[in-house]
Design a protein around this ligand. Structure first.
Ligand SMILES: *[C@@H]1O[C@H](CO)[C@@H](O)[C@H](O)[C@H]1NC(C)=O
Ligand SMILES: *[C@@H]1O[C@H](CO)[C@@H](O)[C@H](O)[C@H]1NC(C)=O
Ligand SMILES: *[C@@H]1O[C@H](CO)[C@@H](O)[C@H](O)[C@H]1NC(C)=O
Length: 259
């Protein structure tokens, strides 16, 4: 009993070594898109290998918002309760958060808000859709105890390479989505870091990548996942590639020079 009491006390001391309001002032990031944002690193035949590289490790200062809208210490697979009918593995989120914490002293506590959903098309993210509304609701819940949404991290579009008409409409739909999200979060210049596709489900990848790399809105930047190593399925990023992507997203976010 006494030991347990002591441990509680020690963890309080540790907590207040950070600035007093670090947990209320947390830096919040929304993660959305399809399977490669949800994370399939290390998943084969519907089994995850449970290998978590040190870059994706958990710590008390990296939180995630659960499907039931509670904060908890983030852990892989970050999206399991948000993409529950798929086997989730390692995605870019924890690697992103660890990289940011390591490099920017003004970032003390990070709140990750997983919202990605495997297989989703850009149409399924249209304003008013289930996925769109879920994102807005979670973003609002994330702000309840204080903090600021620093950015949206977005990785989607593999589905939109299947039909030529979808690929051709992708740029317009993506821009609309970004503008709507900013409007509905009342954050007209919300920073967005998006990912240009590494892989596709259909033949029209070049049209979608061109759209992604060509988005010309303020405070939106694009990192290119092309060339990152894929799993045997040819669609999903390996765990090591997700670690690399997480770092790329952190670099790109820091390059926006907002902190
Ligand atoms: C998961 O699958 C079940 C059974 O097919 C379905 O009822 C449910 O809506 C699915 N959940 C999500 C989040 O898609
Ligand atoms: C692509 O998105 C559509 C909805 O627009 C969905 O019905 C379909 O299952 C998705 N395809 C894949 C391979 O995930
Ligand atoms: C980018 O976003 C930051 C933070 O939201 C804001 O302060 C800044 O004015 C924005 N810059 C542009 C060019 O919109």
């Amino acid at each position: 009993m006494i030991l347990a009491h002591c441990c509680g006390f020690i963890s309080c001391v540790f907590l207040f070594q950070q600035s007093p309001n670090a947990f209320e002032d947390k830096d919040i990031f929304i993660l959305a898109g399809q399977s490669n944002m949800a994370g399939r690193g290390g998943v084969k035949n519907r089994n995850w290998d449970h290998i978590i590289p040190p870059e994706c490790s958990s710590k008390p200062t990296i939180l995630r918002l659960t499907a039931t809208l509670m904060w908890e210490e983030a852990h892989e697979p970050l999206h399991q309760d948000m993409d529950p009918n798929k086997t989730c593995g390692v995605g870019p989120g924890l690697a992103f958060a660890n990289s940011l914490l390591g490099r920017n002293p003004s970032v003390e506590v990070i709140g990750l808000v997983p919202c990605a959903f495997g297989g989703s098309s850009i149409e399924q993210w249209k304003r008013g859709s289930k996925l769109y509304n879920r994102l807005i609701k979670r973003a609002e819940a994330a702000l309840q105890d204080g903090g600021q949404i620093r950015a949206l991290l977005w990785y989607q579009g593999e589905n939109d390479t299947i039909k030529k008409s979808d690929a051709e409409l992708y740029k317009m739909r993506l821009e609309e989505f970004f503008i709507d999200i900013r409007t509905d979060l009342a954050s007209p210049t919300l920073p967005i870091v998006q990912v240009a596709l590494a892989s596709a489900l259909g033949p029209y990848i070049d049209i979608v990548r061109k759209a992604q790399l060509g988005i010309d809105l303020p405070n939106i930047t694009c990192v290119d996942a092309k060339g990152l190593e894929l799993m045997e399925d040819g669609v999903h990023l390996k765990t090591s590639a997700q670690v690399c992507l997480g770092k790329m997203l952190a670099d790109a976010f820091l390059c926006l020079r907002l902190l």
